[in-house]
Ligand binder design. Sequence first.
Ligand code: TXA
Ligand code: MG
Length: 347
Amino acid sequence: METRVIEVEVPGRNEVTYREVAQLLARGDIAAIPTETVYGLGADAFNAEAVAKVFEAKERPSFDPLICHLPKAAALHDIADVPPQLEGLVNRLAETFWPGPMTLVLPRKSCVPDIVTSGLPTVACRVPQHETMRGIAKALGHPIAAPSANRFGRISPTSAAAVMKELGGRIPLIIDAGACTEGLESTILLPCTDEKGKPAVQLLREGPITREKLRGICRVLHNKKKGADTTKTMPSAPGQLPSHYAPIKPLLLHNPRLPFSPEPNVAYGLISYQGDSPLARQETWSHVECLSPGSGRLAEAAVRLFAVMRAMDEREDVQVIIAEELPETGIGCAMMDRLRRAAADRS
Ligand code: TXA
Ligand code: MG
C-alpha cells in the first residue's frame, strides 16, 4: 500500500483538508493524525471494522483499548455516562485541562463498540489541544479512536517522518503538521471516589498533566513514594506493559553521577540530560545525545525524548543505549516511567 502524506501548515486554515480526511474516515479508512502529545492512528470510533484496521496496522493485541478523541468537552456525554457523584470533579478537570493532554476513563455508553474499549465497561476520552485532531473529529461528527501511531510496544512517533518509519506501507495516509509540542503521551486519569466517598482520581499513566498540576484540583489516590518505579507500583491501564516504548537496541538506565563500566568491544551511545554530568564526561561513548543541552529544562527534554531514542536506535555507531536517570519532579516522572519501560526485560 502506498502511504500518502498531506501537510497542514497554516493553523486555522485547513478546513478543506479536515473535511477530506473526515470523508476518508467516514468510508471506514484509517489515517495518522497529529496531536500535541504524539501522532495518533485514527479511525471512526463508531465503526468497528475501521477500528479493527488500526489494531491490524499496529499489530496491537486486542486487550489494549483505544482513546476516543473528541472535538469539544460537551461531546463527552455522547460516549460516556458520568456518575452524578463525579460530575463536579469531571467538569473541573475538563475546564482546567481540556483541550489538552489529559485522558479521562469513564463508564461507557453502549454506542461505543467493544473493540474500542476491549470489552471494558469504561471508555478513555480526550479533547486534544491540537487543532488537526479536533478539526477532523468535528468534521467527522464522531469521536476518533486513536492509539499512538507506532508498531505495538515501540517508541511513540512525535513527527510524520517517525510515523512513516513505523507504519509506512501499512496505512493509506499521514497528516503532517510538524513536530509534536508535548512529546509524551497524555496523562490518563480514572475519576473515582476515595475511602470516604469523596471524588478523587487514580493516575493510570503519568504524562504532561503532572501530579503537581493536579494538586489543588483533585486528590490523586495511590500516591507513590518519590523515585518509586511506577512500572511496578501504579495501577495500570491495560496496555501499560512493563516493556513498552522500546527501541530495537538494548537500553539501560544509569545514574549520571556514577561511573559506567563498559563491556569490551561494545559501542555505547549515551542519552544525557544536559551533557555535562560526570557520566557524560566519561570517554566511553561513541555518541552522546543531550535532551536539554546546557539549560536542563525538563519540558524541553520531554519534547525531545522519543526523537532522541529513535535517533540512537538508527545510528550505526551505537549498539547499546545508556540513558541517564532524570530528576523525578514534574514531567520528569513521566519521562522516567517511559525510560523504565524502554529498559524493561523483553524476554
Ligand atoms: O497522548 C495520547 O494519549 C496519545 C494520543 C494519540 O492521543 N494516545 C495514546 O494512545 O497514547 P495509546 O493507545 O498508545 O495509549 C492509550 C492507553 C493504553 O495504555 C490503554 O490501555 C489505555 O490508554 N486505555 C484506553 N482505554 C482504557 C480504559 N477504558 N481503561 C483503562 N485504560 C485505558
Ligand atoms: Mg502507545
